[in-house]
Write a protein that binds this ligand. Sequence first.
Ligand SMILES: Nc1ncnc2c1ncn2[C@@H]1O[C@H](COP(=O)(O)OP(=O)(O)OP(=O)(O)O)[C@@H](O)[C@H]1O
Length: 467
Amino acid sequence: MALPGLDISDLINTSSSLERTLKPHQEFRFEVPPTASVTIKIKTDAPGTAELFGTELSRGTPYTFTGCKSAIYTWTGCTLIIEGAPSVEYIAEETPMSTYLNLHIALEKLRVAASDCPPTADGAQGPRILLIGPPDVGKTTLCKILTGYAIRQGRKPMVINLDGGSEGVLSVPGTLSAASFGSVMDVEDGFGNSPMSAPSAIPVKLPLVYYYGLEAPESGAKRYKKLVTRMSVAVNSRLEEDIESKNTGLIIDTPSFDNQSNGDLISYIVAEFSVTAIAVLGSERLYNTMLKSFSSASPNINVIKLPTSGGCVDRDLPFKKACRDAAVKKYFFGDEKCTLSPYTVTVEFESPTFALWEVVDSADGDRTNLSFLPIGEDESSLQGEEVRKLAPADIDSRFENLIITVLQVDANHATAKEVGESPVLGFLYVQEVDDKAKRMKVLSPVPGRVPAKALLVGKWPEGMFLT
Ligand SMILES: Nc1ncnc2c1ncn2[C@@H]1O[C@H](COP(=O)(O)OP(=O)(O)OP(=O)(O)O)[C@@H](O)[C@H]1O
């Protein structure tokens, strides 16, 4: 019943079914808030196929989307059936998909040449492309598209995520990760799931993960570079054993680099991963800076400029935070398709197998813990410190609602260097800290005691309420 003079029937009708017919090369763009869900499928009694950021949709299969801004593109034309109410939806005619396809074809030619070389020859290394640009210009989206096309071509791309500030690729936010993609990606979930203790319809990928723990690379540039180096060494040795991945090459997604102050970090990544092509999205200035830096000094590196999709949307801070929280929540609790039950475990600070380290944010000026300096040492002894070990007295409620990383190095013997550069074993979530009793309650994805491994906590992702 409508109020007199005010017809609110449209407002309260949140579930509806829409049909949208797309012509060839058109794109259906939609946005779904984190609190709603929308289901989309291709109508089976109409011709045509469609793809979401490079991964083909199966005809007639319903896909459910929550908390996303996304697009379904068709090369052939198709009809979509949409259940639910996207907050924004429209059909776009202008897209950069043909340019992105051309880029994929160029990469594929290099892969064919690499496959023709003997496995140990230098030429067996496929193209290594770095995607850079300002915030929200579609770097991650292009990374998905190129990965999706390579998989559809029967290739096995190695995807490297160096954007520690994002939602994470096959891992929680705050991490850098690398994974070889030999099977289809998840349409509903971007890059898909990391291994969880439950069956999944999409084959899981096993990522190598490093915890960075700060929002921007500049906040801990020294540590960030070390992690990039560790990642490149691990990736290169993996590629020596996996000729298919080696021939396919690397697709590297980066944090937002939009001005010259990041030039040093970009050059570092290019050198460490032996990048052969740099694709710049959304910044003429950055493109020209890259051209000047690399075209003459490194003729083997191609610098290309790519158009940004008109569908790329600026995601406001609350939306990004909601996406990060959802990614962490999913790690512990799963989703509607696969519910997980984490365990609450008590951790004693004074146990001999407990060692908690903290990532140092260089923006803090290394000053926070001056009161704990050993007698006789001054402030200068902290300069350059990237992680610091916390004494039981340092652990208090400021760690509540944060993520703690369980590293692969032992709690008792690990040095600061080992802790700073260790890969990740898993994550805990701090529910409650009792600083008087010197213990805390954490959520753990597995039962039993927390392993006797070094634990590392950082400022990023920021605190969140999971339970
Ligand atoms: N063609 C499109 N139609 C609709 N939405 C899109 C399209 N392309 C990208 N988006 C959305 O725009 C947002 C920004 O894109 P994306 O994450 O790829 O940018 P980015 O440059 O990697 O961002 P960041 O600065 O976080 O690294 C994402 O939510 C993405 O899903």
